[in-house]
Design a protein around this ligand. Structure first.
Ligand code: GDP
Ligand code: MN
Length: 400
């Protein structure tokens, strides 16, 4: 789960971490009121969306007067901000963070993430902080410093000090920087984060070290232990289809394309997305229907894929194990019936290619042969089926 920058900074404050004073604002009036409470000559007006790259996209403004705060708040609220991370459709700005300005001497990068290869948390630092760490990693990999953290011992003070030296903090800032690293690690562990990213971590002209930006991600599986974090959820930032699927117990990720797929097993679902792409398709989603499906659940999965006219074709790729092919077949029939009733059509409105293998496959095929569903085609192989659905979607696009 993601939260906004101002919320992340609030969490960091709980751990005694230095962040600028600031307040969220949902309206222009609130923005001006928030600015009035700050004891500063320079204000920063920051768009709050669940995406980075705001600086370069005009989502971070420096204001010298309350009038300028008002002007920037008017400009940003309601604006669709398109950044490197939002995709071309952008995200609407509904909240702002009004903060006191900082006197930046130098910007650094610091983050904590899970490293799957070593099964450890890794602390990543760079003296090339600011906006685009991806470019630094590509062009100057030597400027990216890593410290792997032993899960039994946690982040050690000597590691934080070593990181601070390697990041070339000035002598006056070394202790402050390493102290912030220790506290950020405590926050990562204490709140079951999956990512803590501070970009930039800055040294000010007064030699203070502060987190000027903060991005916290949380491990969804641990959220039950953190009702305070769950309360920070901003549903307007989340994909409505992903929320719907989560409520129904389906593992669904919207990928934005138009060739949908419904698969059992996360590995096979990933392979299916790959193979659709391989044949030139634009995958609409990742969807793992899980091991214990019912016809009703399958029908809901179809509704989600078709919602909003997103799917122009559906590839059902099932290797039945615990999931039985006959249940999937019944689910497809049920889906056709439900969609027909709800939308007043005569079934599923797009081509569906079905590849079934495994437990009860003969019964499953028989169900679909005896009572065929409109637009449903059986495919003998995964490759063949993937190629077929991609071609059908392309044809449909040509004809429309
Ligand atoms: P992001 O682009 O979405 O990651 O947003 P950031 O919060 O990182 O802001 C982008 C950039 O705006 C930072 O790297 C800073 O250069 C600048 N910035 C943010 N806050 C301040 C501030 O208080 N004072 C000054 N002078 N610049 C700031
Ligand atoms: Mn940033």
């Amino acid at each position: 789960m993601n939260i906004h920058e101002y919320q992340s900074k609030q969490v960091l404050r709980e751990f005694g971490i230095n962040v600028p004073n600031g307040k969220p604002a949902f309206s222009v009036e609130e923005a001006v009121e928030a600015a009035k409470t700050l004891d500063t000559k320079v204000y920063v007006v920051k768009a709050q969306i669940h995406a980075g790259g705001r600086g370069k996209a005009g989502g971070v403004k420096i204001a010298k007067t309350l009038d300028e705060v008002k002007g920037y708040a008017e400009e940003l609220l309601g604006k669709i901000l398109v950044t490197k991370q939002t995709g071309p459709e952008g995200k609407e700005v509904r909240r702002l963070l009004i903060e006191e300005g900082s006197n930046i001497a130098k910007e650094y990068y610091l983050s904590f993430v899970n490293d799957r290869n070593t099964a450890k948390i890794v602390m990543i630092g760079s003296e090339e902080g600011g906006t685009s760490i991806e470019e630094v990693a590509a062009e100057h990999p030597d400027k990216i410093i890593k410290e792997y953290i032993d899960p039994a011992f946690g982040l050690q003070a000597f590691q934080a000090t070593r990181m601070a030296y390697k990041m070339n903090f000035k002598p006056e800032a070394i202790r402050k920087a390493s102290a912030i690293m220790m506290k950020l690690y405590n926050a990562f562990i204490g709140k079951d984060c999956s990512q803590v990213e501070i970009n930039p971590l800055v040294v000010t002209a007064e030699d203070d070290v502060i987190c000027l930006d903060a991005k916290l991600n949380f491990d969804d599986s641990a959220l039950f232990r953190h009702p305070d974090i769950v309360a920070l959820r901003d549903e307007t930032e989340e994909d409505p289809k992903e929320r719907w699927a989560a409520e129904e117990g389906l593992n669904y990720v919207n990928l934005g394309g138009d060739v949908a797929c419904m698969v059992n097993g996360a590995g096979l679902a990933m392979a299916t997305v790959d193979i659709l792409k391989y044949y030139g398709g634009n995958p609409a989603n990742f969807l793992d229907v899980g091991g214990s499906s019912t016809p009703e659940k399958i029908a809901t999965a179809f509704e989600i894929m078709l919602d909003g006219g997103q799917a122009k074709g559906i590839f059902v790729n099932i290797f039945g194990g615990i999931n039985r092919c006959d249940v999937i077949a019944e689910g497809i029939q049920k889906a056709a019936q439900i969609i027909a009733e709800k939308q007043g059509t005569d079934g599923i409105p797009v081509p569906v290619v079905v590849r079934l293998e495994g437990t009860n496959v003969e019964i499953g095929r028989k169900i679909l042969e005896e009572k065929p569903v409109k637009n449903v085609i059986m495919a003998p192989t995964m490759e063949g089926g993937a190629e077929q659905i991609v071609n059908l979607v392309k044809e449909a696009e040509k004809n429309s």
